[in-house]
Design a protein around this ligand. Sequence first.
Ligand code: XUL
Ligand code: CO
Length: 438
Amino acid sequence: MKELFPNIPQIRYEGKDSKNPLSFKYYDAHRVILGKTMQEHLPFAMAWWHNLCAAGTDMFGRDTADKSFGAEKGTMEHAKAKVDAGFEFMQKLGIDYFCFHDVDLVPEADDIKETNRRLDQITDYMLEKMAATGIKCLWGTANLFSNPRYMNGAGSTNSVDVYCFAAAQIKKALDLTVKLGGKGYVFWGGREGYETLLNTDMKFEQENIAALMKMAVDYGRSIGFTGDFYIEPKPKEPMKHQYDFDAATAIGFLRQYGLDKDFKMNIEANHATLAGHTFQHELRVSAINGMLGSIDANQGDLLLGWDTDEFPANVYETTLCMYEVLKAGGLTGGFNFDAKNRRPSYTAEDMAYAYILGMDTFALGLIKAAEILEDGRIDAFVRERYASFESHLGQQIRRGEATLEQLAQIADEMGAPALPASGRQEYLQSIMGEIMFR
Ligand code: XUL
Ligand code: CO
């Protein structure tokens, strides 16, 4: 088979002193950290849409990159060439997983029966490649936001016919996810939201979204899907307000509609910051609710108010991310690079540099997070901070055995309480800095 990335060699770990840009400085797949290899800690995935489909078009200009891979775009030959390119790329970078939307794989036809036939054909070919390489599917999803039919949402649409079409796409995407052995199935509600409440029945829309998710769970389980369903929260863009605003909102929604046993969160870094949260916050909210499933690994630009989907470059952020992931005992999903090259970085080599950057940034974050845990000072400080609750009274409160009258009585006898112990933020940040830059 013709090599599609002749300028990208097999990328190997060469260590931090290497000046070879086409090598890993920190990602050493077989290095063991806290009892697991880096490869086990970091199940990386390639996002089909950014890496193989998006070519730099933005609101102001057309493609800058050539992602034809030697075939005519919009044809099944091109769909097949993308499979060849994707598997060659993943093998060269040492990426074990991929994620896809239905319409990333094949050109969509007017008739869904024809689209589905094309999807069957391309996934047969993908299965062959998967068997030959050992590369696996992390998660699948249906694109329920690009086609004009979804202008008012899919589960939240005002059209029962569009709702029906969305159900058909979800059914097929679930079939394909099961066929490809995917570990998860994602709902990202890109257009599940509103532009103005003047035309929106919010309760009606949310009930319909929940009903569609319930049907998806029932169908998925009936065809043998044992993995997790994920909600990927995002507060806005493309809609002004999206119902899955952040992890706390999505978890509340899942509990309200009895979907919480089948769903977890797929947390995307850039979506967290758009919601006015840190990435770490969204991971913590998910983890403490038993819902940390998977991660869309990218970063935003805090000076911009939209989803720039940049490759992770901020080691401080990935360290805090890996600190949360390690404390949660790992992910059931993986780390999907929902990230794209900047528009002027349009060459094939730039695709490799981007993945090397992302993988090294997470590998270094893992190394540093493990060092923070092994160092123990930060965790010990947090435990000590709540030490007053170890008293008899504190234990009564924790067990739910205290009453408001009892506490009021104690307060009356106490006079004014002493100030609580210092939060020591700067001391803790110094420990972080010391570990990060040692
Ligand atoms: C959009 C986004 C999506 C989802 C999958 O912001 O993150 O690509 O990850 O639909
Ligand atoms: Co995403």
